[in-house]
Unconditional design. Structure first.
Length: 69
């Protein structure tokens, strides 16, 4: 193996007569300082969408949630 990483920024350019496909390769350390995950709190959601109440119960713990029948 010459390089271990992942594809970052794929690119496709179609001119009608030719198609060019390319990408950048990124090492595992590319996103070292990025925070993973999505935070699901009502305050953070309303910072982007002030009237959205979709996450108002995100902090409620429901340990015995049953799925299906």
């Amino acid at each position: 193996m010459l390089f271990g990483g992942r594809i970052d920024s794929p690119m496709i350019q179609d001119t009608g007569t030719t198609v060019t496909v390319g990408c950048k390769a990124a090492s595992q350390w590319t996103d070292f300082n990025r925070r993973n995950g999505r935070f699901t709190s009502i305050d953070l959601q309303q910072a982007f969408f002030p009237t959205d109440l979709g996450f108002q119960y995100a902090a409620v713990d429901t340990p015995n949630l049953k799925w299906g029948g």
